[in-house]
Design a protein around this ligand. Structure first.
Ligand SMILES: [Zn+2]
Length: 475
């Protein structure tokens, strides 16, 4: 709101008011509103499990990762360009980057000062402060040999070197091993990967490809993910692959499969596309519209010991090109639960893994396997009930506590509200929060709204208590 004496003075200056002696004194100089509130962005995004991950003070809208890989040295040379909006006035801000050598940082085209701090903070001071609400561009040029992370409890992630290239698997905190990033699932953005390799290597990344461009013995592959994506779900694979394109039967959804040539067999890519399409079609019927423009899968011997629900196209680490139906059902269900609808905080990862595990039970139930009730009974009687499903602790985000007890919770909920209402809940959840971030409280509120029941005591028992819930709470 303008100050009245400034208004009067201004009017006096243009001669519309007589200059009274009391109004002649100059008004105090106004402090520019933005300068007063410029401050450093936080070095973390506020996740209690991973306090250094992500940063505060801005929201990224897009990443453009232009990266060249050298098979002789295993080194990368890259420029990542980030478009973001300041959510506070910024005197400086951080990106997450682990290792590598930064060569230059530009903000809005102007050279910016930078320093490295701790294991993963790239601290950037632009030549001028950035006002709250302003859009800005950051371009970081860097090089070096990326190093995978070996976490004692959470395993191997990030840029993983393979026999003939590399595969990046970024959950939960691998992205920063090869690009500067606001590495928190709560800051989704679109992605373009422009990856240059010696001609003869293939590159697969999230989304859809454009035609590769070859020049001077190198080929640049460009892949675009136009739906919002969490950094932990981004991926790049470089190596010798057979790439096979098809469509999901009866739809216009493209399916792109990449099989490492070291394990490829005739027709394996087409068979993976067909198997993927069958599961996607069944899941579309149960969960609602498929959330991305394409699907498929990448199969290679990577040596990490897990499959990952990379956005749009899961990665399966195995030595056979044939992926089991249960694994397909799990990783493809994540496209709805985890990738499109993404928890803000890692403590809520049961919203990914409980749902994907229950999706396996649902798929089995509909395809001649055990019923979900039979799976429930077997696991209810055998699982460990130590720990809290919706707050398992940093070192337990990949435990049975999250996967199996998450699925048990969903089956108990289905028994409590009925199968028809439960199916409607899954579709409502996926549709309401498509492309967005969520909390467990959002799911509880949605379940109560769809069912018309007060489920607070039920969820308290199944999600927030350590110990075996009474089956009576599921009736
Ligand atoms: Zn999973």
């Amino acid at each position: 709101m303008p100050r009245p004496h400034l208004t009067v003075s201004a009017l006096a200056l243009v001669g519309l008011l007589p200059t009274a002696p009391g109004l002649a004194a100059p008004a105090p100089a106004a402090t520019p509103a933005t300068a007063a509130v410029l401050r450093p962005g936080a070095p973390g995004a506020g996740d209690p499990y991973f306090p250094d991950m992500g940063n505060g003070g801005y929201d990224v809208s897009s990443y453009d990762i232009a990266l060249a890989w050298n098979p002789a040295t295993k080194a990368i040379a890259a420029t990542t360009t980030i478009k973001a909006v300041a959510t506070q006035g910024l005197s400086r801000f951080n990106l997450d980057l682990k290792g590598l050598v930064v060569q230059s940082v530009r903000v809005g085209g102007a050279s910016a000062a930078y320093s490295r701090s701790g294991a993963q903070e790239l601290v950037i001071t632009p030549p001028k402060g950035i006002a709250k609400g302003a859009s800005f561009t950051v371009a970081v040029t860097y090089k070096g040999v990326p190093t995978a992370i070996n976490d004692p409890t959470l395993g191997r992630s990030g840029w993983v070197a393979t026999a003939d290239g590399a595969v990046a698997l970024n959950q939960p905190f691998g992205a920063a091993t090869y690009f500067p990033v606001n590495d928190t699932p709560r800051d989704k953005a679109t992605y373009i990967h422009r990856i240059t390799v010696p001609t003869g290597y293939q590159v697969i990344a999230n989304g859809e490809p454009t035609a590769p461009m070859t020049s001077g013995g190198n080929t640049t592959y460009v892949w675009k993910m136009t739906s919002p994506m969490a950094s932990e779900l981004s991926s790049v694979a470089i190596g010798r692959y057979t790439v096979t394109t098809g469509t999901v039967a009866g739809t216009s959804i493209r399916s792109i499969s990449a099989i490492a040539k070291s394990i490829d067999r005739t027709g394996a890519g087409a068979r993976l596309n067909t198997a993927t399409g069958a599961v996607v079609n069944w899941q579309r019927n149960r969960f609602g519209a498929y959330p991305f423009a394409s699907t498929g899968g990448l199969v290679a011997p990577i040596g990490v010991g897990y499959a990952l629900e990379v956005q749009g196209r899961p990665v399966y680490d195995q030595g056979s090109p044939t992926v089991s139906t249960g694994l397909l059902a799990h990783e493809l269900a994540h496209q709805w639960f985890g990738n499109s609808v993404t928890p803000k905080q890692w403590k809520d990862i049961w919203l990914n893994e409980g749902f994907a595990t229950y999706a396996e039970w649902l798929y089995d139930e509909a395809h001649g396997g055990p019923t979900a009730q039979q799976q429930f009974t077997a696991h209810y009687n055998s699982t460990s009930w130590k720990g809290k499903v919706a707050d398992p602790g940093r070192d337990h985000i990949y435990d049975g506590l999250v996967y199996t007890r998450g699925a048990l919770t969903l089956h108990a909920l289905r028994n409590r509200i009925g199968t028809a209402t439960f199916d409607k809940l899954l579709r409502t959840w996926a549709a309401t929060y498509r492309g967005r971030n969520v909390t467990t409280a959002d799911f509880i509120a949605t379940a109560e709204r769809v069912s018309g029941k007060n489920l607070d005591a039920f969820f308290q028992d199944w999600l927030y208590e350590s110990g075996k819930p009474s089956l009576r709470s599921a009736q």
